[in-house]
Design a protein around this ligand. Structure first.
Ligand SMILES: Cc1ncc(COP(=O)(O)O)c(C=O)c1O
Length: 432
C-alpha cells in the first residue's frame, strides 16, 4: 500500500478463545470429534431454553412492531424496567437515560475503550477476559496494564498490587473488574469491592464493572453488585443476557452509567459512548422486547435457581476429578461457569508429551510446536491432539501464569465426565 494501513494497537487484537478453534477444526477435518471447552456458550453445551421462554420470544416475533429499529439507546420501556430493578437494590439510583443497549457486551466493550485518549489507560485483572484486555490495549497501542488475581487467595484481586500500580501510574484513569469473574469463576465479597472503590476514589478514577455473570452464582456464595456499593463515585456496570437466559445469539447487552454527572470527563465519556451507538442507529430489538417479559415472569427466579444449582453440581464434579492431581492448583468456583487450572511452578517443561498414535495428527502437532511457544499453549495443543479436548491456555488471558480454562457448561452428565476424565488423564500423562 502507498502508506502503512494499521496502527500498532492492531497487534493487540488476539482472541485465543476462537483462535484455538482454527487448530481444532484441522483435527475435525481429519475425522475426529472434538469436545469443545473453549467458549462460554451454554447453547453449544446442550443448554435448552425452557418452553415458556421460547413462547414469549415467539409471541413477540408475531408482532409487526418487533421488526423495526429501536431507539439508539434501546427501548424506553425496557430501560425503565431495568432502571427500576437497579434502583430496587437500594444503592445508586438511575434513570432510563442512564442505560444504553449494545449488540452484545462485546460491542459495548469496543465502544467504551475506543474513544479514550491512547494515553488514558484502564487497569484490568490478570488473568483477564481477553475482549476487555485486547480492546483496551488496542486503543492504547500498547500491552494491557493489569493487577493480579491471586490464585493463592481464592483468585481475589491483590488489592496492594492494584493500589501501587494505580498510585505510580498517572495514566491510569479507570479500574476494570469482572464480577463474577471470567476466567476464574470467582465471586468477590463486598469488602473487596469496597477496597477497589476506595482506590478509585482516592486517585479520582472511574470504575468499569463487567457484571454479565451477576445472576450466575452458586454453592451458597453471596453476591454484591457495583450499584450497591459504588456510592457517589462514577462507574459503568455492564450487563447482558448472553449467559443468563442464555441467549448469546441475540447479541444483546447494556451499560448502566452510575453517577454520570459527578465528573465532567466521565459525563463526556458516557455521552461519547452513546453517540457512537447513535451513528450506528440502534441495537437488536427483539431481545430488548423480550427482557421485561422474561425477567418479570414468575417462573424466572426458579429457573435461575435451578440453572445455578446444576452449574454448582458440575463445579463439584470438577473438584472430584482434579483435587488429587499433584501437578495443578485450582480453586473451587462459585460464580460464572469457568474454572482456571494452574500448573504448579516448574511442572511444565518443553519436552513433555502425550501419546498420539495417528501419524498425521502427530505431524500436524509437531508443526505447531515452535521453540518460543508458551508452555501452557504447548500442553493445550497436546490435549487437543491426543485427547480431543479443546481448552484455552491461561497465557492468552493476559497472564504470566501457566494453565488453562475449562467450562462448567456441559449439560450432558456423561459427556461432562468424559471431558473431565480425558483432561485428567492428559495432565497425568503429560506431567508424569
Ligand atoms: C466477562 C464477559 N463480558 C462480556 C462477554 C461478552 O458477552 P456478549 O455475548 O454480550 O458480547 C463475555 C462473554 O464470554 C464475558 O465472559
Amino acid at each position: 500500500m502507498r502508506q502503512k494501513l494499521l496502527r500498532l494497537g492492531a497487534d493487540e487484537l488476539t482472541y485465543e478463545i476462537r483462535g484455538i478453534v482454527k487448530k481444532a477444526e484441522l483435527l475435525v477435518n481429519l475425522g475426529y470429534d472434538v469436545l469443545w471447552e473453549n467458549i462460554g456458550d451454554p447453547i453449544q453445551k446442550n443448554k435448552k431454553l425452557p418452553d415458556w421462554m421460547k413462547e414469549i420470544i415467539a409471541s413477540i416475533l408475531k408482532e409487526d412492531y418487533s421488526y423495526g429499529y429501536s431507539h439508539s439507546k434501546g427501548l424506553l420501556e425496557t430501560r425503565k424496567f431495568l432502571a427500576t430493578r437497579c434502583n430496587q437494590l437500594g444503592g445508586v439510583q438511575i434513570q432510563p437515560e442512564d442505560i444504553t443497549f449494545f449488540n452484545g457486551l462485546g460491542d459495548a466493550i469496543q465502544k467504551i475503550y475506543q474513544y479514550l485518549l491512547p494515553t488514558s489507560r484502564i487497569i484490568g485483572p490478570s488473568p483477564s477476559y481477553s475482549t476487555h484486555s485486547s480492546a483496551e490495549a488496542a486503543h492504547a497501542n500498547n500491552h494491557p496494564i493489569t493487577y493480579r488475581l491471586d490464585p493463592n487467595n481464592r483468585w481475589f484481586p491483590d488489592i496492594e498490587d492494584l493500589r501501587l500500580k494505580v498510585k505510580y501510574n498517572e495514566n491510569l484513569v479507570g479500574i476494570m473488574v469482572i464480577n463474577p469473574d471470567n476466567p476464574t469463576g470467582m465471586v468477590y465479597p463486598q469488602r473487596i469491592l469496597e477496597d477497589i472503590i476506595a482506590i478509585a476514589r482516592e486517585f479520582n478514577l472511574f470504575l468499569i464493572f463487567d457484571e454479565i455473570y451477576m445472576n450466575i452464582v452458586y454453592n451458597g456464595a453471596e453476591r454484591c453488585t457495583l450499584a450497591e456499593v459504588i456510592g457517589d463515585a462514577p462507574g459503568i456496570s455492564l450487563k447482558g443476557i448472553s449467559k443468563e437466559f442464555p441467549w448469546p445469539g441475540a447479541r444483546c447487552g447494556w451499560a448502566e452509567y452510575y453517577n454520570r454527572t459527578s465528573d465532567k470527563d466521565f459525563e463526556k465519556l458516557c455521552e461519547t459512548i452513546d453517540n457512537s451507538k447513535m451513528i450506528e442507529v440502534s441495537s437488536t430489538r427483539l431481545p430488548q422486547l423480550a427482557i421485561p417479559r422474561i425477567m418479570s415472569d414468575p417462573r424466572y427466579p426458579d429457573y435461575l435457581i435451578e440453572t445455578n444449582k446444576r452449574i454448582g453440581q458440575r463445579s463439584k464434579y470438577l473438584e472430584e476429578f482434579f483435587a488429587d492431581i499433584p501437578y495443578i492448583q485450582f480453586n473451587k468456583t462459585n460464580g460464572a461457569f469457568y474454572n482456571t487450572i494452574i500448573f504448579k511452578e516448574g511442572v511444565l517443561k518443553p519436552d513433555q508429551s502425550m501419546l498420539i498414535a495417528d501419524e498425521k495428527v502427530k505431524n500436524m502437532l509437531e508443526g505447531w510446536l515452535k521453540p518460543d511457544l508458551a508452555l501452557d499453549k504447548r500442553f493445550v495443543y497436546y490435549l487437543l491432539m491426543a485427547k480431543q479436548v479443546c481448552v484455552v491456555p491461561i497465557s492468552s488471558f493476559s497472564s504470566d501464569l501457566r494453565g488453562f480454562r475449562i467450562t462448567l457448561l456441559e449439560e450432558n452428565e456423561d459427556q461432562l465426565k468424559e471431558t473431565l476424565s480425558r483432561v485428567r488423564s492428559g495432565i497425568l500423562e503429560y506431567c508424569k
